[in-house]
Design a binder for this molecule. Structure first.
Ligand SMILES: CC(C)(COP(=O)(O)OP(=O)(O)OC[C@H]1O[C@@H](n2cnc3c(N)ncnc32)[C@H](O)[C@@H]1OP(=O)(O)O)[C@@H](O)C(=O)NCCC(=O)NCCS
Length: 331
């Protein structure tokens, strides 16, 4: 009997966008009781990019796709048959922001939004991978786009200093050996939902925690959770890929806090040059964080074809995810 070769999905094109308006730590010192020193030493953040009053998630998502087209050519969207926008800040509950992106580029594609907090783009990547490898879709446009600064209480210094806005767009399709996604680890622990939340139509979480009108975060608890899952998820992702830490060329973590990233890097035994850092420039822009970091690394020449990249993310839910990807395989 003829053996069918397994189709493997990979990322073949990428673009990203960050709004032009920048808020520095010095700007924040003027509007709240904080200091540049506190923010830098506790988080590593120096600046964050903030969407304008008339700029929303769909606008950022479209800009990131335009950047992808500028890098890879106008043909890059040909044959895209699904659009997924991972976001916590959709323009509307419905229609899906993904449908706005589909319409803007006049794609003959399905479209839906995906909500899994900051790991949303990695979850979208996993859905795209499954669609491609199962033959459901040929080419998926998976975008992470976020305007979290619109949902921040600017009086709450414990959250206001941490977040920024941005978007990253990726094309996922079949790639030849030895490229593509080698492992995908996804996890959730809803019992920790009360540590990081924002309300919508509900009133309370199951443990009677009233839902917050703005982003609420218990920073210390999220910090402990993040360090724990960054360790376990990365170890699992490397093992599932049949690799060891020494085989990883570049570590691309969710950009929330430099101390969390450093702890994970040290546990993996990786050198500083093997880690992509953008949290200093963008803060935490949630679902946009990893694709924006990938673009930054590509622009700096940190990624070569054939490199094994280790991606890891965490966020509200609580949710997390990690993946090993061998870069390359696009046309
Ligand atoms: C938020 C975070 C930076 C706070 O750092 P921390 O070292 O845990 O600081 P604490 O929360 O213990 O606060 C220490 C003190 O700084 C104060 N503080 C908090 N925010 C401050 C700010 N922006 N400026 C100055 N002081 C601040 C606190 O009020 C507290 O003061 P107190 O000791 O008088 O009560 C850190 O907990 C963190 O990064 N957590 C993870 C967040 C994360 O990754 N979220 C993203 C999820 S996707």
């Amino acid at each position: 009997m003829m053996q069918h070769k397994k189709v493997r999905a990979g990322i073949t094109a990428l673009g990203a966008y960050a709004p032009k308006t920048v808020l520095t730590n010095a700007d924040l010192e003027k509007i709240m009781d904080t200091t540049d020193e506190w923010i830098r030493t506790r988080t590593g953040i120096r600046r964050r990019h903030v969407a304008g009053d008339d700029e929303f998630t769909s606008d950022l998502a479209i800009r990131s796709v335009e950047d992808l087209l500028a890098r890879h050519g106008d043909e890059t969207l040909a044959g895209v048959d699904m659009v997924i926008v991972a976001t916590n800040t959709p323009d509307a509950l419905f229609p899906a922001t993904a449908a706005l992106v589909q319409d803007h580029f006049k794609l003959r594609a399905g479209a839906f939004d995906l909500l899994a907090a900051c790991p949303g783009w990695l979850y979208a990547l996993s859905v795209a991978q499954a669609y491609v490898e199962a033959g459901v879709c040929k080419r998926v446009l998976a975008v992470g786009a976020e305007v979290l600064t619109k949902l921040i209480d600017w009086q709450d210094r414990s959250t206001a200093v941490l977040f920024g806005d941005g978007a990253g767009a990726t094309i996922i399709e079949a790639v030849p050996e030895p490229f593509g996604l080698k492992s995908m680890i996804l996890g959730a622990d809803g019992s920790g939902g009360h540590h990081l939340h924002m309300g919508c139509v509900g009133k309370c979480l199951p443990n009677s925690t009233p839902l917050s009108k703005y982003v609420y975060m218990n920073g210390r608890e999220v910090f402990k959770f993040a360090v724990r899952v960054m360790n376990t998820a990365t170890i699992d992702a490397v093992a599932e890929a049949g690799l060891e830490s020494a085989d990883i060329s570049l570590f691309v973590p969710h950009q929330a806090n430099l101390r969390i990233i450093d702890a994970a890097r040290e546990r993996l035994g990786l050198a500083r040059e093997q880690v992509v850092i953008t949290v200093d420039e963008y803060g935490n822009n949630s679902t946009a964080s990893i694709p924006l970091a990938l673009k930054h690394a590509l622009d700096k020449g940190q990624i070569e074809v054939g490199d094994n990249l280790l991606l890891v993310t965490f966020g509200a839910g609580l949710t997390w995810g990690a993946s090993v990807l061998t870069w390359g395989g696009g046309a």
